[in-house]
Design a protein. Structure first.
Length: 109
């Protein structure tokens, strides 16, 4: 398992989601039964950078392409998570000289 690349922390407006899937069954009497699909929840994070440097962008792309499990530290709580990139793409837009606006999705494993 690799460490998250040493890059600037994401913008403070990143999103966090707690994912805990359920199996739902509806009956003919219009009742709903629900049970957990798994025994634990997972976290999902939407990270954004408004002006990432070219060097940091290259490091993030390298980590994305490697496709390994990564150790990532939450920028607010300082909790460490084992994560993977949860989408097949890394979104980036060139906004100024040597600066990229970048967003990615990661999820706890």
């Amino acid at each position: 398992m690799a460490n998250w690349p040493t890059i600037e922390t994401p913008s403070i407006d990143f999103e966090e989601e707690t994912y805990f899937p359920f199996v739902r069954t509806e009956s003919e009497g219009n009742y709903v039964q629900q049970r957990p699909r798994s025994t634990r929840s997972r976290k999902r994070f939407s990270l954004k950078w408004k002006a990432m440097t070219q060097a940091d962008y290259d490091a993030l792309v390298a980590a994305f392409v490697a496709g390994e499990l990564l150790t990532w530290t939450h920028p607010v709580t300082s909790t460490s998570y084992t994560v993977i990139f949860s989408e097949d793409s890394l979104k980036a837009r060139y906004v100024a000289e040597d600066r990229w606006e970048v967003s990615c999705q990661i999820e706890e494993q």
